[in-house]
Design a protein around this ligand. Structure first.
Ligand code: PLP
Ligand code: ZN
Length: 405
C-alpha cells in the first residue's frame, strides 16, 4: 500500500477517493518516501528508464508490455547557443524524444503501471494537448478504456493528436479549471483513474528525468535547472527527484530550480515577486504559449512553498522572447522544440544576461515537448527560399557557399 503526504500537513492517512489533493488543506499529495534513506539502488544496466530507478518509485515491478519506451532522453551540450549567451556549460534535456513527443509520457507510464496493478480497466485525463495524446497512447498500449476530456473549442489538430489512439474523446463546455476537479469526482464514481497534471503517480514518473540528469552529468547535480511551468506537476516531480538523491547522500548541492511562465499568464511569478505565500487566480491569459497558460495552477501554492524553501526562482518571459529563443535553439543547435519549451532558453538568456547564472555555471534547460507536433508559426523562417534551375544548379549552389573552399 502506498502512503501519501502533504508538504503542509505531513503524512495523510486516507487518500480522498481518487483525489490528488490533501483532504486537510487541498494542496497536492505526494507519494511518501521510505522512512530509511541510503538504501535505494540505481540499476544502471537495466533495460528501461523506469527499471533503472525502480527503487525510487512506488512500483513493486515494471511491466514492459505497458511501456512505449519512455525516458532515456539525451542531455545535449549547447555548444553553439551557450557561448553566444555567455555560458560554457549549458545543456538541454530533450524530452521531445519521448514516445508521444513530450515529458508527459514519463508520468503517464508510471501512472498506467500503477493503474493496471491496482486493477483499473479505465483511465482518463483532462488536457488540451500533450497529456491527452500521451494518456490516449498509453491507454491504447495497455488495452484500457480511455477517456480524454478537452476544452470546448479545442483545435482539430489537437483532437487528432489524441484521437488517433482511439480514446473516448469528449469536449466539455464549461470552466476548464472546474473540469479538473469534476473529472476526479466523476472518475471516483465510474471507476476511471484520472491521471491529471498533478496526479501523485504522474509526478513520480517525472522524477526519472531528474535522476537521468544526475547520471548523465556523471553523478552530479547541475547548478541550475530551468523548466516551463503550468500546473506545477513537472517542476515538483523534478524537485522531489533531487530531494531523493540528497536523502540518499548522492548529491552534495541542491540545484537552483527556475520555473518559467509566460508573461501573459504568470500568476505564480506575480505571487513570487510580491513575496506572497499564495497566488491569485488570473481572470484572463494572453499568450501564445497555450501549453503553459494556466490561470489557476492546481499545484501553484505548493510550487511557491517548495521554490522558496529551496532558494529557487520563478521568472516570466514574453511571447517575443520565447519565439526568438525557439528559433535560436533550432538554428544553433538543431533542436526544434515546442515553442512553450523554449521559454526555458529565453529565461536562460535572461538570467545569464543579468549575472544570476555565471559563465561557468552548469545549467540544464528541459525541452518538454516537440516542435514537430505543434507547428506554431514562430515568426519569419530563418531560411530564405532560393529558386534555381536544374541547368544552373551547380553555379548557383556555388554562389551560396559560405566560404569558397
Ligand atoms: C510542452 C509543455 N511544457 C510544460 C508543461 C507544463 O507542465 P506542468 O503542467 O506539469 O507544469 C506542459 C503542460 O502541459 C507542456 O505541455
Ligand atoms: Zn495538507
Amino acid at each position: 500500500m502506498d502512503s501519501f503526504e502533504c508538504l503542509a500537513c505531513g503524512p495523510v492517512d486516507v487518500r480522498g477517493s481518487f483525489s490528488p489533493f490533501c483532504p486537510g488543506c487541498r494542496e497536492p499529495l505526494f507519494v511518501s518516501r521510505p522512512e530509511r534513506s541510503g538504501r535505494r539502488a540505481i540499476r544502471e544496466r537495466a533495460g528501461s528508464a523506469i527499471e533503472k530507478f525502480l527503487d525510487f518509485l512506488p512500483l513493486s515491478s515494471f511491466d514492459p508490455k505497458l511501456s512505449l519506451g519512455e525516458g532515456d532522453t539525451p542531455l545535449l551540450p549547447l555548444d553553439r547557443l551557450g557561448p553566444k549567451i555567455g555560458l560554457s556549460r549549458a545543456f538541454a534535456k530533450n524530452e521531445a524524444q519521448n514516445p508521444t513527443g513530450s515529458f508527459k509520457d514519463r508520468g503517464t507510464a508510471v501512472a498506467v503501471q500503477k493503474a493496471v496493478a491496482s486493477g483499473f480497466k479505465r483511465i482518463g485525463t483532462v488536457s488540451t494537448g500533450n497529456m491527452a495524446a500521451s494518456t490516449a497512447a498509453y491507454g491504447a498500449r495497455a488495452g484500457l478504456e480511455t477517456f480524454v476530456l478537452l476544452k470546448e473549442g479545442t483545435s482539430a489538430v489537437a483532437l487528432q493528436a489524441s484521437g488517433i489512439y482511439g480514446p473516448h474523446l469528449i469536449t466539455v463546455d464549461g470552466d476548464y479549471g472546474a473540469l479538473f476537479h469534476k473529472s476526479l469526482e466523476v472518475g471516483g464514481r465510474l471507476g476511471i483513474s484520472f491521471m491529471n497534471s498533478i496526479d501523485p503517480f504522474r509526478m513520480e514518473g517525472y522524477k526519472v528525468t531528474g535522476y537521468e540528469i544526475f547520471l548523465q552529468l556523471g553523478r552530479r547535480a547541475p547548478r541550475f535547472i530551468l523548466v516551463p511551468l503550468s500546473s506545477g506537476g513537472h517542476l515538483l516531480g523534478l524537485m522531489r527527484a533531487f530531494e531523493d538523491l540528497e536523502r540518499e547522500g548522492l548529491i552534495a548541492d541542491f540545484p537552483t530550480f527556475v520555473g518559467v511562465q509566460a508573461l501573459g499568464c504568470a500568476p505564480l511569478v506575480r505571487a513570487f515577486e510580491a513575496g506572497l505565500p499564495t497566488y491569485e487566480r488570473l481572470k484572463e491569459a494572453r499568450t501564445l504559449a497555450h501549453a503553459i497558460s494556466n490561470p489557476a495552477p492546481p499545484a501553484g501554492n505548493t510550487v511557491l512553498t517548495m521554490i522558496r524553501a529551496r532558494a529557487g526562482r520563478l521568472v516570466a518571459v514574453s511571447d517575443e522572447e520565447m519565439l526568438e529563443a525557439h528559433q535560436e535553439l533550432a538554428v544553433n543547435e538543431g533542436l526544434c522544440c515546442q515553442p512553450e519549451s523554449a521559454t526555458t532558453a529565453a529565461a536562460l538568456k535572461k538570467l545569464a544576461g543579468s549575472g544570476v547564472i555565471g559563465p561557468g555555471d552548469e545549467a540544464v534547460i528541459v525541452l518538454t515537448g516537440s516542435g514537430l507536433k505543434t507547428p506554431l508559426a514562430s515568426g519569419p523562417s530563418p531560411s530564405r527560399l532560393h529558386r534555381m534551375t536544374l541547368t544552373d544548379l551547380d553555379s548557383q549552389l556555388f554562389g551560396l557557399l559560405r566560404s569558397k573552399m
